[in-house]
Each structure stands twice: as C-alpha cells, then as structure tokens.
Design a protein around this ligand. Structure first.
Ligand code: ATP
Length: 514
C-alpha cells in the first residue's frame, strides 16, 4: 500500500486534492478538492444519500446551518467538554495531542485518558518533543470549537461558533422535522455538511482536518424497543471483523463474526446498534471497498463520551494503522433532554403504537467523515501497475469522476476528429464524459487509468467504415468492438454492472502500432 504522503502527492499531481491557499504557503488542516476530487466527492455523497435516505422509507434528510445559536453548544456540552488534551514543547513551542504522542510512542490505547494520567505517562517514560527533544509541559485540555462573532460588535454577547458536528441541527430541529415529515418511530434524520474543529495537530492528509464534512444519521427509537428492529434479518448473516472492549482488554486479536453471533454472545447488546454497524460496513463494500480492511471496535469504558451508553467505531486499516472512519454511539435521550432543559421546549412525541408520550432514544448515530471515506475509496482504488507503467485508479463506476473517455485514434486526421466529436456529443448527454485528442493513444489510456475512468471509447478508421468503436475496460485493458447504434445502451449496462465486459461486444485485439 502507498503511504499517506505518497497518496497526498498523487492527489495533488492529478488535480484530486490540493493544500488550501498553497500560493501563500498552505494552511494546516485545510484542503481544496480539485477538478477530479470534487467530482468523486460529489459522487460519494450522492451514493451515501441514496443508500441512507432515498432507498429507505424511515429516513428523511435536512441541510442545516453551520452557525447555530450559541446556547446549542452549552446544552450539548461542547463548550464545556469538547476538548482534546494538549502538550506543548517548552523549548520549540510545538503543540501535540497528548494521547496521540503517548499512543504512538508507547503503543497503548490512550484516547479518553485524563490530563493528569497523560502527564504521568509522559514523565515516567521520558517522552520528549518529537522535533527538538525539548521537555513537555503538563498536559491540559484545549477546546476545539472555532469561534466567530455575529454582527459588527465583537462582544461576548455576539460570540458564536462554527458547528463541530452536524448532529446538533437534527436535535434542535427535531420537533419541526417530525411534524412536517409526519415521522413515526422508529425513524432516522440524516444530514451532510461541513464541520469545523480546531484540531491541535491536523495530520495524515485528509484524515484529520480542521474543516471537513460529515454525513450522519440520528436514528430514533421508542426507549423500550432497543431490540425491536424489523430489518435485523437482512443483516444477521453479515460477517465482519469485531474487536470488542473485552478483546482489547484481554489483548486478543479481532475476530470475524456474524451479526447473529455478536448478538447471541451479547458482544453487541442491542439489535438496532448491530443492524446499523452492519449496514455501514455494507455501504463501503457496495461501493467496491475490500470488506476485510474494516472492523468494528467497541470503545473501552474510559474512552466513551459522557453521553454514550455504548459506542462502536467502524475502523479501516490505513497505512498508518487501524483508524476510526465512523463513530456510532448509543446516545440515548441525552441530547433531546439537554435541549428540553436549556430551551424550555417540549421535544417529546406521542407514539401511536404504544399510546405513550416518549422522549425517543438515539440508538445509533452512523456518523462519518466524508473526507475519511474519500480516503478509504482512494486507497482501495489505487494500484500501481508495473506492466502498464502507470497508476490505475480502480474506482467503483459510481464514484469515478468521468465514466467515459472518448478519443480519435489519431489526432491529425480530420475525419477521425469529426466522428469522435460526434460520438462524444452524443455520449455526454447521458454520461459524464471526457474528450481527449492529445498524445499517443497509449498515453491517453494511461491518463484515463490514473483518473479512474472505467471505459474508453476509441474511434478509428474501421469506425468510419463500419459505424462501430472500440471500448476499453480500465481494469483489464481488454477491448471489444461495439456498434455505434448500441453504444449508449451497452455503456449504460456496463456502468450499472448488468453486463460482464466480455459480453459487451466482439473481442478486439488492437494492432501493435496502436
Ligand atoms: P477522532 O477520535 O479521530 O478525533 P472523533 O471520535 O472525535 O474522531 P466524531 O466526533 O465521532 O469523531 O465524528 C464523527 C466522524 O467525523 C469521525 O468518525 C470522522 O470520520 C469524522 N471526523 C471527525 N473529526 C475529523 C477531522 N478532524 N477531520 C476529518 N474527519 C473528521
């Protein structure tokens, strides 16, 4: 697997992602998605929305504001508790996240440790600044909220915050959403959008940014129906790697288990939580990710957020280790109750099934970063092909920025150019397509490989005689000949994975000079 730095360099070279404001030296933790990256990101978000909202009858979406009333963050606990623990080098003033330094150097799990425990570990193990070997200060909390002011006055009353998570819009809009969408328990509310965290040490490229996007669902159930999940049967046989709190404490490796086994052995204690963990793993796999690179890891007791009953992370094996892609907490009724207390508004609802007035519980909140998911799909797709001498980005068809490349075989023959433009204009009505006439045909294929374009259509001299084209498959480099009259339909079926490539047309071996 390529390293994260090699991936960042590849992304910059191909126009996938650039460091933000680079001409001024860049800004740590901020990135811009370039011409290809913005297309892939859009496709990823569309695929998430389809799977989590459009394909379901029990989930609706919202698109909330980034700045919310400051009281929201008092109620949610972010102003008081949204801290990471920081240490500062007393010599060079470099700042680090204390738990990360300890984890990296001592190879232990340190998330959730208190400042005094981290200070003790740092002192006992003589840990010093990774840059200059200077001594560290005591560890202390650092609040990650980005602050701004609303209106012309920069007073305490005008102080506001950029949201550090998208979830709170869902809780504060809860009543309006439930009433207008006429929701009945159980149901989910989905949202995707920007979040901001003043991370102490952003690193690992897109993995830890200061501005990022989240896509998440808050899934609400009747508080006494934790196991009443009508969809459970769909995922009971789904298998995945499981790393429970007990396995971690006993220093055992993760195990492959089915959802049924997890529930029977009480490793996951509620059916709803198990269901959503399986669904989230399935989402990645449905878009071509390798199922064996994921695991679910339960938070150990001192790692859980103050509001969570049980939390599992979906993790991915990045080149820099197993890392969180998605946190899924059972948040109970913590947030709704907090907002009821702070706003004085009633956020309970009447459950028609039980004829009870209840404050629903969030049994699971599949909450993930768009940028981390983006990184997963990139690592999954990236292949260095020694024979071809170029990178092949084997992105799933739905994620690929362009679906079709269209080329004239030679760039100096007017009759080929005219025909190729004609075919391009027809295809681009239905598919994101790209026309390319520069360089040798081999070079153009290599460019498509590196951009992840699944199929390339070439117009050659035979095309002029027989009204057909060659279609090349990115992953195998195999080619078939397809009649122009059937081209759109064939490409649609190939892109929808309804047709294996070898059945898409007549097998074609390009001549050596091609
Ligand atoms: P971490 O422990 O890695 O800091 P977290 O537990 O604080 O993450 P959550 O609050 O659970 O993260 O946020 C939900 C998701 O949002 C994460 O699983 C991750 O995918 C994404 N996310 C959180 N912080 C960042 C960040 N700084 N950069 C990119 N994505 C992030």
């Amino acid at each position: 697997m390529v390293t994260i730095d090699e991936m960042a360099a590849f992304c910059k070279r191909k126009g996938i992602i650039f460091p933000s404001s680079e001409i001024y030296g860049g800004l740590a933790g901020f990135f811009d998605y370039g011409p290809l990256g913005s297309e892939i990101k859009k496709n990823l978000k569309d695929a998430w929305w389809k799977y989590h909202v459009h394909d379901r009858e029990d989930v609706v979406g919202i698109d909330g504001s980034i700045i919310l009333h400051p009281k929201v963050w008092e109620a949610s606990g972010h102003l008081a508790n949204f801290d990471d623990i920081m240490v500062e080098c007393m010599k060079c003033k470099e700042r680090y996240r204390a738990d990360q330094v300890v984890e990296e150097l001592l190879n232990i799990h340190a998330a959730g440790l208190k400042p005094e425990d981290l200070t003790k570990l740092i002192k006992e193990n003589h840990i010093r600044c990774l840059k200059c070997k200077g001594e560290f200060s005591d560890a202390k909390p650092f609040n990650m909220m980005f602050q701004t002011f609303i209106g012309p006055l920069q007073t305490q009353e005008a102080r506001a915050f950029l949201r550090p998570e998208t979830a709170q819009n869902i809780f504060v809009d809860f009543k309006s959403i439930v009433e207008t969408a006429r929701l009945k328990l159980p149901f989910g509310i989905a949202q995707m959008g920007r979040s901001f965290r003043n991370e102490i040490a952003p690193r690992n490229f897109l993995f830890r940014c200061r501005e990022f996007e989240q896509m998440e669902i808050e899934y609400f159930i009747h508080p006494s129906k934790l196991d009443d999940c009508p969809y459970l049967k769909d995922v009971l046989n789904h298998k995945l790697f499981v790393f429970s709190a007990e396995m971690q404490t006993k220093k055992q490796p993760h195990q492959e288990l089915s959802i049924k086994e997890c529930l029977d052995k009480r490793i996951i204690t509620t059916a709803w939580h198990a269901y959503w963990l399986a669904m989230e793993h399935q989402w990645f796999v449905s878009l071509g990710a390798d199922a064996t690179k994921f695991r679910i890891r339960q938070h150990v007791s001192d790692e859980k957020s103050h509001y969570a009953l049980d939390t599992w992370d979906l993790e991915y094996e990045f080149p820099f280790g197993w890392k969180e892609l998605q946190g899924m907490a059972n948040r109970t009724d913590y947030d709704l109750k907090q907002h009821m207390k702070h706003s004085g508004k009633d956020l309970s609802l009447f459950d028609e099934d039980t004829k009870q007035k209840v404050i629903p519980h969030v049994v699971a909140e599949p909450s993930q970063g768009v940028d981390r998911a983006f990184l997963v799909f990139l690592f999954n797709a990236y292949h260095e092909d020694k024979q071809r001498g170029n990178v092949v980005l084997k992105l799933h068809q739905r994620l690929a920025p362009f679906k079709i490349g269209v080329f004239p075989l030679l760039s100096n023959r007017d009759e080929l150019l005219t025909k190729a433009r004609e075919v391009f204009q027809v295809l681009r009505q239905d598919f994101p397509a790209l026309y390319d006439k520069s360089g040798s045909i081999g070079r153009r294929y290599a460019r498509m490989d590196e951009m992840g374009t699944p199929y390339s259509v070439t117009i050659d001299f035979d095309s002029l005689k027989h009204n057909d084209v060659t279609v090349r498959d990115r992953d195998s480099t195999k080619q078939v000949r397809v009649k122009l009259a059937e081209l759109k339909d064939t490409l649609r079926k190939l892109l929808g994975r309804e047709l294996p490539f070898h059945k898409a047309g007549t097998p074609y071996e390009p001549s050596a000079k091609e």
